[in-house]
Design a protein around this ligand. Structure first.
Ligand code: F6P
Length: 360
C-alpha cells in the first residue's frame, strides 16, 4: 500500500481552505502518496467514518473555489471552545475513537486545518499519539505563533471593498456610515480594512471606546468641510466600561455569537451628532468567495510546507509565517493564547499618525 495521509478542515470556513486541500493533495501526490479527506472536520473520524480519496487530477477544479469541499463545523461533539473562547477538553473516548480511525486507515499523518479551537483538538490528538500537522486558518488572524493566518487577507479585501462602496453613498447623503466587521475578540480585520478603506474611526476590542471621542472626529471633519464619516467597528468592540454585545443566544457546544455593536454605535452617533447614520453588518460575506492572490499564495506555501513536515515526521507542529518565511512551530505554542492587536504595533501608530480615531 502506498503512503497515505489524511486531511480535514475544522471551525468556521474561509477562503483558501480548498487551496490548502488541493496543495496538500498535489504535493503528497508528487511524493507518490494518497490523501484521504475527512468530512465535517473531526466528526468524519468518528463512527460512521466519512472520508474519501482526494484524486490529484480533480484538485485543479476546486483549488480557488471558496468554502471547503470537505465541509466543516464549529459545533458538535468536537467543539473545543465555549463561551468567550475558553478551550475545553474533548472527551477521551472521542479522541480514542479518532485515533483508532487514523490507525485503522494506516495514515502516516493527519493534516488538521483550523483555527484555535480546531488546533486545540489537533494538540489533544497529538498528545494521545496521533501524528498530526497543523495549518493555521482563520479570518480573525488571532492565532498565536504565526504572523498571518490564511483567510484573513480575503476577509480584509471584502471589508475594504465594502468601505469603498460605503464612502460614495455616505458622501452623497452626508451620513455617518458604520460598518461592523467580524474578528471575534481581536481587531485585526477592522484595523486592516479600516486602514485600507480610509475609515475615519476604527473601533477594536483591544481599545474600549468612548462615544465622545468618535463624535469629536465627526465634528472635526465637519470643520474641515467633510460632511460624512466612515466608522469601522469590530464585532468584539465595546464601549469603555461596557460589555461585549452578543445576540444573546447561549448554546452548550459553541461560542457566544457576537454582533450588534454596529447598530448601537450608529444609533448613538446619530443622536449625538444630529447626522443621519446607517449601519451595515458585513457578516459572512467576509467568509465567502474565492481567496485573494495573497491568500492563494499563502495557502500554497502552507500546504506544501505541511507535507514537508509530514515527510520529516515533525508531528505536533503547524506551519507558520515568521518574518515572511514559512517555518514550523509546536501547535502547543499557538493555541489558547488569543493574539490581539498590540497597542504599540506599527498599525496602531500609523492609524494615530493619520488622525484616524481609535475611540480612546
Ligand atoms: O472565527 C471566525 C468567525 O467568522 C468570527 O469572526 C465570527 O465571530 C464567527 O466566526 C461567526 O461564526 P458563525 O459562522 O458560527 O456565525
Amino acid at each position: 500500500m502506498s503512503t497515505r495521509i489524511g486531511i480535514l478542515t475544522g471551525g468556521g470556513d474561509c477562503p483558501g481552505l480548498n487551496t490548502v486541500i488541493a496543495t496538500v493533495v498535489t504535493a503528497a501526490a508528487k511524493r507518490g502518496w494518497e490523501t484521504l479527506g475527512f468530512i465535517d472536520g473531526y466528526e468524519g473520524l468518528i463512527n460512521p467514518v466519512r472520508c474519501m480519496v482526494l484524486p490529484h487530477s480533480e484538485m485543479e477544479h476546486v483549488e480557488y473555489r471558496g468554502g471547503t469541499i470537505l465541509k466543516t463545523t464549529n459545533r458538535g461533539r468536537f467543539a473545543a471552545k465555549v463561551g468567550q473562547g475558553q478551550a475545553v477538553r474533548v472527551p477521551e473516548d472521542l479522541l480514542d475513537e479518532a485515533k483508532s480511525t487514523v490507525e485503522y486507515l494506516g495514515l502516516k499523518a493527519l493534516v488538521c486545518v483550523g483555527g484555535d479551537g480546531s488546533l486545540s483538538i489537533a494538540q489533544q490528538l497529538f498528545e494521545r499519539g496521533v501524528p498530526v500537522v497543523g495549518v493555521p486558518k482563520t479570518i480573525d488572524n488571532d492565532l498565536d505563533a504565526t504572523a498571518w493566518t490564511f483567510g484573513f487577507d480575503s476577509a480584509v479585501a471584502c471589508a475594504t471593498d465594502a468601505l469603498d462602496r460605503l464612502r460614495t453613498t455616505a458622501e452623497s447623503h452626508d451620513r455617518v456610515m458604520v460598518l461592523e466587521v467580524m474578528g471575534r475578540y481581536a481587531g485585526w480585520i477592522a484595523l486592516y480594512a479600516g486602514m485600507a478603506g480610509g475609515a475615519d474611526a476604527i473601533l477594536i476590542p483591544e481599545i474600549p471606546f468612548s462615544y465622545d471621542s468618535v463624535v469629536d472626529i465627526v465634528r472635526a471633519r465637519e470643520r474641515d468641510g467633510l460632511t460624512y464619516t466612515i466608522v469601522v467597528v469590530a464585532e468584539g468592540a465595546r464601549e469603555r466600561g461596557g460589555d461585549l454585545v452578543t445576540d444573546g443566544s447561549v448554546q452548550a457546544d459553541r461560542e457566544v455569537r457576537l454582533g450588534g455593536i454596529g447598530a448601537r454605535v450608529s444609533r448613538e452617533l446619530a443622536q449625538r451628532t444630529g447626522r443621519e447614520s446607517r449601519v451595515v453588518v458585513l457578516g459572512h460575506l467576509q467568509r465567502g468567495g474565492s481567496p485573494t492572490n495573497f491568500d492563494r499564495v499563502l495557502c500554497s506555501l502552507y500546504g506544501t510546507n505541511a507535507v514537508e513536515l509530514v515527510a520529516a515526521r515533525t508531528f505536533g507542529h503547524m506551519v507558520a509565517m515568521h518574518a515572511w518565511d514559512i517555518v514550523s512551530v509546536p501547535i502547543a505554542a499557538a493555541i489558547g493564547r488569543l493574539r490581539t492587536v498590540p497597542l504599540d504595533s506599527a498599525m496602531i501608530r500609523s492609524a494615530r499618525a493619520l488622525g484616524i480615531s481609535l475611540g480612546d
